[in-house]
Design a protein around this ligand. Sequence first.
Ligand code: ADP
Ligand code: MG
Length: 574
Amino acid sequence: MTDSETLYDLLLDLDNRGYKAYKDIQGRYEFPNFTLIIDYVQGDPFAAPSKLRVRVPQSVAGFPGDLYDTPSRSVALRDYLTRQFDRGCRQVSQSRGTGKSGSIAVCRMGQEVLDRTSARINKDWVELRFVVGLPARGRSILGRQAAYMLCEDIPKLVDRALVYTYLDSEAIRRHVETIEDADWLRSKLNERDLVAFVADGAILPRRSGVDDRPLLKNAVPFSSPDSLRVTFDRPNGGAISGMGIPKGVTPIFGGGYHGKSTLLKSIELGVYNHVPGDGREFVVTDPTAVKIRAEDGRYVVGVDISAFINNLPQGQPTTSFSTENASGSTSQAANIVEALEVGAKVLLIDEDTSATNFTIRDRRMQQLIAKEKEPITPFIDRVRQLFEERGVSSILVMGGSGDYFDVADTAIAMTEFHPSDVTQEVRQIAAEFATGRQPEGGTGFGEIRSRSIDPDSLDPSRGKRSVKWQVRDIDEIAFGTSDIDLSAVEQIVDAGQLRSIAEAMVYLKQEYADGRRTLVELLDFIMSDVEQQGLDVLSPFPQGDLAQFRRFELAAALNRLRTLRVFDFLKQEN
Ligand code: ADP
Ligand code: MG
C-alpha cells in the first residue's frame, strides 16, 4: 500500500471522531508524484488552519534551471508558482462544514512581487506551502471529505501549478524576465546619478482607493519630458526610455487633481517589483527611499530631532526626544531622523500628508513670530543641507508653496497627468520674485547617531506564552501585550511583511540585542542573516506566509513599539 492510500484510510477511520484526533495525521506521505508534509494540525475547525507542504521532485516538476538560477529569477518564478497555486486553490476550495472546513489557501498576494516563503525551488525539488481547513461538522471529523481534499484535490493542485509542462511557459518567461529587468534597472540608478526612473508608457493610477490594479478607463500613460528622458538597455526587454529623477532636491508642482500624488505613490512603491501588466513594472526607485509623513499621536523614544525642533515649551529636550503622543511636526521630524539613522538616502514627501508648519515658514510668518518663539526649523531650510552634507535626496509634492523654487535642483510640474520639466522657469521666477525669507538652517544639519536598544524593553511575551504576536492586515502588529500601529508606514504593502517583521523582532531579541549594540548594528545582523539564509531563518518552524521587508520598515515597527527603551551612551558619557 502506498502512503497516499494509507493516509486515505487513516482519514476514513477518523470519520466522526473528535477534532483532536486529526493530530494523528501529522507527518510525511509519499504520493506517487510528490511528497505531502503535514507540519501542523489545527486544534479545532475555527482555529488557524493546518499547515501543509508539497514537495515535487524536479524529475516530475521539470523546471529549467535558467528560470531560477539567479536571486531575481528565483523570486519571480516562486512568485509565479504561488499565484498559479493560488488560482488552483480558489477552484477546489469550498465550504465543507464548520468554520474553515474545506478551505485550501496560500498566502495573500497583491501587485508586488516579493521574496516569500510560500515557495522554494532548487535543482532537486519545488516546494509549495499552504494551509488547509480540515473539515468537520461541529467538532466531529468529516473523514471522507478530508480524504478527498488531501488525496484528490491536492494532487490536482500539484499538476495544475507545479508541473512545468502543464504551465504557460511564455507567461513564466515574461514574469521572470520582467522582474529581472526591473531589478537590473534599479541597480543601475546609482551609477547614472538617478534616484528614480518612471518608464514611458507606465500606467500609474490605480482602479480605486481600495483596488490596487491598474486603472482601466482613460488612464493617461506616463510620458517623460524630453529634458529628463533617459534610456536603458535591459538584459531581456531591450531599450526602454522614461523619466530619470536625478539625485538632489526635486519638487513636484502642479494644480490639484493633476496627478502629483499618484506619481509620488508610484515612486514610493518603486522600491518593490510589480507583476507584468501592473503598469508600474518599470517604475523603479532607489532601494533606500523612504516615505516621510506627519503621524501625530505616534510614540517616539530618544530621537535627536534638534535639527528640526528646538526650544519646546516647558524645556522639553529635543536632542533626545521622547513622547507618547507626537504632534504633526514632531512626528514628521522623528520620521526623518529615524529614516536617516538607518540609512535612507532618499526622502519622499507629499504635501497631502505633511505638516504645513514643518514644510514652510514664509517671510511674513518670520516677521510675526520670531525665530526664538518658533521651535520648528522648517524642512525648506534643511533640504539642501541634507543633500550637500549627507547625500540625501528629496522628492517633494508641493502644490502650495513657491518658496521651494529656491531649493530645487530639478523641478517637475504635473499638468493633466503629464509631467514637464520646469526647472528653468522656476529659476527665472525665483530671480524675479524673491521671497525675502531669512534662511534659518544655521551652519549645518548636524550629526545623526544610532541609539542602542534596551533588550528588556522588547518583550514578545503575553500571559503564559513567551512569544505571542499577531498581525492585523497591513496596519498593526500585536506584539506581546502592546499594539504597534503601522498604518502610517506607507511602504508596507503586504501582511506577509508584517509577519516577517514580527518574527524579526523576536529573532533580534533572542539572537542579538545585548543592550550595547545600536539599532543600526542590529539591523545589519538581521538583514545579512535573511540575505544569506532566507526568510526561513526568522521562524522556528517552516511558514508559508512570510514576505521580504526592508530594514526601514523593521526599524519603523521597533520605533513605534510603545514599550521600547533606548540607551543614549553618547549622552551618558558627556
Ligand atoms: P494631485 O495629487 O495632483 O491632487 P492625484 O495624484 O491625487 O492628484 O490624482 C487625482 C486623480 O487623478 C486620482 O483619482 C488619480 O487616480 C487620477 N489620476 C492620476 N494620474 C492619472 C493618469 N495618468 N491618468 C488618469 N487618471 C489619473
Ligand atoms: Mg495630492
